[in-house]
Design a protein around this ligand. Structure first.
Ligand SMILES: [Zn+2]
Length: 324
């Protein structure tokens, strides 16, 4: 059985694990991201932690199929370069693929963290190998990914679509993406906490805890529920997926709130046959990214895809454009 090192890099912590191709986690650990200490420090700490995992799982680095990295984006999976000043300040322009593959002399693959989480749920969790899977993650931000017939969906130039910035209203707070009323601006943890604070609650958790018997708490959650429902409506009518999976810290804590908002809106659809569309909370929790990243690296080796085919160079699509 093949194994790979999976790494999930978030804004606050980094999870690493040695993972078998059947999803079994042989050893894992987490460390703080501390991105302000610099990229070099993070790479050194990741490599040190990885070597300890190789020892504890009795796995030699040379036996691994590769390294899969999911990283809070934007990241460029083709070049390996991080471009995320929002949650990884100081790492702009740093190359994760070069740094890690040079250290371990292993093929290394970089993807957006939502993509590998969806890939993990597709193989080992609530995705259950659905041919058309869309996943939304709700936490500090709102992320999203699609896995179509087992392949991570990519946009133009190999880029990653940002489903957290689907518009759900023309009003609402101005988002850093450039427009008002994104689902992230209304249903992320900080968005719910902001409304909660305006209504006198200490936190988003306090609102969820009081929901059943407090009118203000119910009011605070209405905009989040509406945002989840409207985003689901857009995804349903854009993709008609077999499965919609909700993950992330907020969903782990309050799965029914998210899943019921989506199911209720899907039940109102009239143009589509939605009998095959199911909604489920993620099953792998915070291991989805780690396990999905490792499996992605293994699959690239097994399938033998050269990187240029997995990520078509931008020049190819530019060359196909008609001359004006
Ligand atoms: Zn936005």
């Amino acid at each position: 059985m093949k194994h790979a090192l999976g790494i999930d890099i978030g804004g606050t912590k980094i999870a690493l694990g040695v993972v078998a191709e059947n999803g079994t986690l042989l050893a894992s650990t987490t460390l703080p991201t501390d991105s302000r200490l610099g990229f070099k420090s993070a790479v050194q700490r990741m490599c040190h932690a990885a070597r300890k995992l190789f020892q504890s799982s009795d796995t030699a680095a040379t036996q691994l199929a590769g390294i899969g990295v999911g990283c809070t984006g934007p990241v460029n999976p083709l070049t390996g370069v991080v471009d995320n000043p929002h949650t990884l300040p100081g790492w702009d322009g740093c190359n994760l693929i070069e740094a890690l593959s040079a250290e371990f002399n292993l093929p290394t693959w970089l993807e957006n963290d939502a993509d590998v989480a969806a890939y993990g749920e597709y193989h080992f969790g609530a995705g259950e190998k659905a041919d058309r899977l869309v996943m939304l993650t709700f936490g500090t931000g709102v992320g999203g990914a699609a896995v179509l017939k087992g392949e991570i969906y990519r946009g133009a130039g190999g880029g990653h679509p940002e489903l957290g910035h689907l518009p759900v209203t023309n009003d609402g707070p101005l988002c850093y993406c450039g427009r008002k009323g994104c689902v992230e601006s209304l249903a992320s943890g900080p968005a719910i906490a902001r409304v909660a604070s305006e209504l006198g609650f200490a936190s988003a958790d306090a609102v969820f805890a009081a929901k059943g018997d407090n009118a203000s708490a119910s009011k605070a959650l209405i905009q989040a529920r509406d945002a989840v429902a409207t985003a689901t409506w857009s995804i349903l009518h854009s993709f008609l997926p077999d499965r919609i999976v909700f993950g992330g810290g907020l969903v782990d804590a309050y799965p029914i709130f998210f899943v019921e908002a989506a199911r209720a809106t899907i039940a109102r659809a009239r143009l589509l046959d939605t009998t095959a569309v199911t909604v489920a909370p993620a099953r792998l929790g915070n291991l989805a990214g780690l396990v999905g990243a490792a499996r992605w690296a293994i699959d690239q080796q097994v399938l033998g895809y050269p990187r240029s085919e997995v990520h078509p160079p931008a020049t190819r699509s530019q060359a196909m454009l008609p001359k004006l």
